[in-house]
Design a protein. Sequence first.
Length: 121
Amino acid sequence: MSEENTVTLVETKGPPELEADAFTPLQVVVGANFEDALKRFKSLVQKSKILSIYKEKQSYEKPSEKKRRRNREAQERNRVATLREKQIASGEWEQRQKSKEQKRRERTNDRPQRSRNDENE
């Protein structure tokens, strides 16, 4: 019988902006493979945006600077969206997606196949 452990992120006292009840404890079940559990934990932290919010609060950003930054980000999103639309219209987008899928398949085929016996040892 495999005994499963649980890893919980514990909030510590920090700046008042980060002490909101918006942060719920993150739990990851640790089974046989700790690396997989760590990977899941990191993805949960990234999805919950804990670190990005913390980094934003590290220093003060003036409202005018925040507005400029958001405008630059919006311009970049618009530029990428128009580029994507042009690629879709010309058919280049589908070609890129097919080549990416082909490379992905080649990578997965190149990996050595692991059996269940290898994982248990």
